[in-house]
Write a protein that binds this ligand. Structure first.
Ligand SMILES: [Zn+2]
Length: 186
């Protein structure tokens, strides 16, 4: 009798979850089969579109909490960054950032010898992320280009400003005087 009740109880649980999820698709997950109950939780073996197999709680699948083996979340995070940067790719500010990187890191760049070749580097924050560069420098004002305050210094927030070509020429013409003057005041 007790045995029967137990079976009934099991039966009731199954009645509350009458649909076999096997074969169904939730997000990127295809449900393969039910896993033996564990602490009364119903779990399913799921095949993700990416090829991973994962065991996931039925509740997580059915409430939509879990839609992949975990790769979807990773993809989305990556996608967000990419999309944001991708949206900026045609902009002047993005080109400015890219050109700066080229000058300092690409040995094949026509001006490398004036920058990277001379030991001019870019701070890690800017080197690694366009967004950080954008955050620090903002949009490029019309008619101005990225300029280093100390023309022998590196590309970083502290040493960069937007200057007109004319301002840059003055700075370039007397780089050593500027430098010596700076050193003198220190
Ligand atoms: Zn996956």
């Amino acid at each position: 009798m007790v045995q029967d009740r137990c079976l009934n109880f099991q039966g009731l649980v199954d009645m509350r979850e009458p649909l076999s999820l096997a074969g169904q698709k939730y997000g990127k997950l295809t449900i393969i089969g039910r896993i033996k109950k564990h602490h009364l939780r119903t779990r399913w073996e799921c095949l993700c579109d990416c090829g991973n197999i994962k065991i996931i709680d039925q509740s997580s699948i059915r409430n939509g909490h879990t839609k992949s083996c975990g790769c979807l979340k990773k993809e989305r995070l990556k996608g967000n960054t990419n999309n944001k940067v991708h949206g900026m790719k045609g902009t002047i500010i993005y080109q400015t950032w890219r050109a700066m990187k080229q000058r300092c890191t690409n040995k094949g760049h026509v001006n490398y010898h004036n920058y990277g070749g001379r030991g001019i580097s870019i701070c890690d924050r800017w080197l690694e992320s366009f967004e950080s560069f954008y955050e620090d420098m903002g949009e490029r004002p019309t008619g101005k280009t990225l300029d280093r305050i100390d023309s022998n210094g590196n590309y970083c927030k502290e040493n960069c400003k937007w200057s007109t070509k004319k301002e840059q020429c003055i700075n370039r013409r007397n780089p050593w005087i500027t430098r010596r003057a700076n050193n003198g005041t220190r």
